[in-house]
Each structure stands twice: as C-alpha cells, then as structure tokens.
Ligand binder design. Structure first.
Ligand code: ATP
Length: 420
C-alpha cells in the first residue's frame, strides 16, 4: 500500500501522528481531508490541517487541546472543533457528515453521515479525497470520486449535476482553483457553471458567502486572472451586474505592490486583500458601494477604510504640491486609516506622492511627544481643548525636525501657549 503521508514535512507529520494516536486510543477512524490531500498529491505546501472523524470529533479535540497547548473552539450543533496552536497553526476536526440542500443557495441541512457521505458533499473531485491516519491504514488514500485522476489530467470537476445550483459559491471556487493550479474546468462542469450563471442562481446566496469567496480570491498571489475569468463568465461575486472593473488598475497595483517589498512599513502590513478590494470597486458609484457594504459583515475599521479610500484619492494632487512640509502632510493624512493611506500609496503614480506617503507611514504616523497634558498642567495650563491644540502644534514642529529633546518640547509648548 502506498503511504501518501510519507512526503509530508516533519512538523505536520508529527502533528498528524499525534492526532492519529489519540484517535486510535479512542477507537475512532480519523482522516485528513480536502485541500490538504489535494496539496499533498500536488506536492504543494499547505498549512491547514483538516481532519474528519468517524466519532465524536469534539471529544477528540478536547483530549488534544492539553497536550498541544491549543485553544479549543467547538460547535456542538455541527460537531466541529478548531484547535489554535501557540504557533498560530489551525487544526480543524469535524465529524463525518452528510449535507442536503432544501433549495438553491440555501445553507445545507447537516446530518450525521459516513466517510463516503462526507466526501460526496464536497465541491470538486480534487477536493473530495481523504487519507486515513489510523494504525494499519496510515497513509491510505480514499478517492471515491476520481480526484487523483482529475489532478493528473488537471481538471476541475463537480461531483453531480446539481452541484452549482445547490451552492453557487462553488462558481468562484471552481475558477479560483482553476487559475491557481493552471487547470481547466471540465467541459460538462463548465456548461453547468454557465447555466447556473445564466439562471442567476447566484442571487439565491447571501452576499456574505459570496464575499467570503471573493476575499479568498483577493488573497491569491494573482487575483486578476480568476477575476478576469469570472468577468468573462458573466459574474463576479458581490459586484452588481454591469459593474465596471479596471483590470488594468488591478494589474498596476500588483506590479507596484511587488516593488513595495523594499519598504520597511510593508513588512508589517497584512491587509492587502482590502487594498485590492478597494481597487476592484474604485469605479463603482457611491450608491453601489453602499449597497455592497450593506450586505456584508466586515470589521468596522475595514468598512471605514473602504469608504475613506474613495475620499483619499482626491488628495493625490495636493500631495504633489511643491515644498510641502512633513507636518502638513501629517495634517492631511492623520484622519485616514492606515489601509486607506496604503491604498493611496499603492495607486499613486507620482514618485513625489509615493515618497511623501512612505515617510508618513514609516515615521510621522507614529511620532509621539515626550511631554503630555500633565506637563502642560504643571506649567499652569487649565485643562481643556487648548492643551490638545498646543500638543498638536508641538508635534507638528517635531515632525518638521524643529524639536528634538523633551526640554525643546516644553519650551515650544510655552511659546505656543503664549501665542494662543
Ligand atoms: P485553500 O487551499 O484555498 O485553503 P481548500 O480546498 O482548503 O483550499 P477551503 O475553503 O478551506 O478550501 O475548504 C476546505 C474543504 O472543504 C475543501 O477542500 C472542500 O472539500 C470543502 N468545501 C469548502 N467549501 C465548499 C463548498 N462550498 N461546497 C462543498 N465543499 C466545500
């Protein structure tokens, strides 16, 4: 028997063995499943460990949480558990289940099922494989849908004719995997996908679920290809029909972002999907953007950044004015979120604008004074709005390199106070 886990890297393999031992001890059949199996066969790195368990997955996860020093989140009604390791790694454990759809686009009705049912509920053959991990079966591939053959022939294939109608979010998934791996969508699958788009079945799905898939596309190293392919197929998740998208703008962004790698602030910035989303909807009207945002749940800060990205782009010209002191740039940018500012930086075509924003992100944005309101009160200032104003004036002087030490700051505070 071929051991399909023999090539898994040491750390992941140790984790799999540990979970397998615990499952053996409890007499539960355990399998790694889904994307990780696909990626093992493709010899691609994958850090998501997804397990399905024939048995009580939550009980197994509880037993593992201690030895792994992991944080456990369990969903009793779905029989699923997530272990978050101190390293940040995530391990998903779920009981094998069956899913049926009451109508197109509905959330599936979940019931207990066999390992076979669990594979048959999945999206594509290449994602519907499992590898057994129990003693005596360790490394054995379970491939009842022909996933391995489709991996070899580079095909994205659904498992049954109703698949896209059941869950139209699979359209974006099909295209994402097709473009990521350089595969093709199998002929009949493509016909059914197009039929689903033509029937507008995508409208049966809550915007949030489409948004989750769009976000995954935006997190791909090259999201432009899947987005272009979806556009060609007549539908992009979340965007209303007929929305103008500038693929050239997205490509420009990709090129610029690659060059940004040298910027120190770049290394700590993680929200690139959001910047790409801002560019994607840049040509939408205010009305359309508000419509999109009203249908999805995203963090308040992200929502604010998206709205600000539409205002901040008008600052480009002002920021290119000659002889602009750093403190004025600070004043222009300080009310915007970092994400909105990075958007402006990543879309700015003028070098002078780019340099000024880099300085702001790298230095001025986090500039702080050594003195605070208490120091000013000690100088006899009455608490109130003036204190804030004076501190802001001194901060601007510091940004313009006119203030160095704490004594300088106090001296300038006194002067500002006298002038105010
Ligand atoms: P990635 O490499 O992008 O993480 P993945 O295959 O791991 O890809 P996930 O979205 O994490 O993708 O899903 C994990 C697994 O769950 C998939 O491999 C697939 O088997 C199943 N799955 C996810 N979404 C669906 C869906 N909409 N319909 C059916 N099965 C799905």
């Amino acid at each position: 028997m071929n051991n399909h886990l023999s090539k898994v890297d040491g750390k992941a393999l140790r984790m799999i063995r540990l979970i397998a031992r615990e499952a053996d001890r409890r007499g539960m059949a355990a399998y790694v499943v889904g994307g990780i199996v696909r990626d093992i066969l493709l010899k691609r790195e994958n850090y998501d460990l997804d397990f399905v368990i024939e048995g009580d997955a939550i009980r197994l996860a509880r037993a593992l949480a201690g030895p792994l020093n992991a944080r456990l989140t369990a969903h009793g009604s779905f029989g699923t558990a997530v272990l978050k390791l101190p390293s940040g790694q995530r391990i998903d454990l779920a009981v094998t289940r069956k899913e049926t759809y009451r109508h197109s686009g509905a959330l599936p009705v979940v019931s207990p099922g066999t390992m076979q049912d669990d594979l048959l509920r999945r999206d594509f053959t290449i994602n519907a494989m499992a590898i057994a991990v129990n003693r005596g079966r360790f490394g054995q591939l379970i491939d009842i849908c022909g996933g391995r053959k489709d991996l070899l022939s580079k095909k994205i294939r659904i498992l049954h004719a109703q698949s896209f109608m059941d869950d139209p979010t699979r359209i974006a998934r099909a295209v994402r995997f097709e473009q990521r791996f350089g595969f093709g969508i199998e002929r009949r699958t493509l016909t059914l996908l197009k039929e689903c788009v033509r029937k507008k079945a995508t409208q049966n799905v809550k915007a949030q679920r489409h948004f989750n898939e769009l976000k995954k596309i935006l997190c791909e190293p090259d999201p432009v290809r899947p987005l272009q392919r979806l556009h060609q197929l007549g539908w992009i998740p979340v965007l209303p029909a007929g929305t103008k998208v500038s693929f050239a703008g997205l490509r420009r962004l990709q090129t610029r972002v690659r060059k940004l790698g040298k910027m120190p602030w770049y290394n700590t910035f993680e929200q690139w999907w959001l910047i790409k989303f801002m560019v994607l909807i840049a040509q939408c009207t205010e009305h359309v953007v508000n419509g999109i945002l009203s249908g999805i749940h995203i963090a308040k800060h992200e929502r604010q950044s998206i709205l600000q990205s539409r205002q901040i782009r008008h600052l480009g010209r002002k920021l290119s004015t000659q002889d602009l002191p750093a403190s004025q740039i600070y004043q222009m940018l300080k009310s915007f979120t970092k994400e909105a500012i990075v958007y402006l930086r990543a879309t700015a075509s003028q070098e002078v604008v780019a340099q000024r924003i880099d300085r702001y992100l790298q230095r001025d944005m986090d500039m702080r004074l050594r003195i605070n309101g208490d120091d000013l009160k000690k100088m006899g200032m009455v608490p109130g709005s003036k204190i804030g104003k004076v501190l802001e004036q001194v901060l601007c002087l510091k940004i313009d390199n006119k203030v160095k030490s704490k004594d300088d700051e106090l001296k300038w505070a006194k002067l500002c106070l006298a002038e105010s």
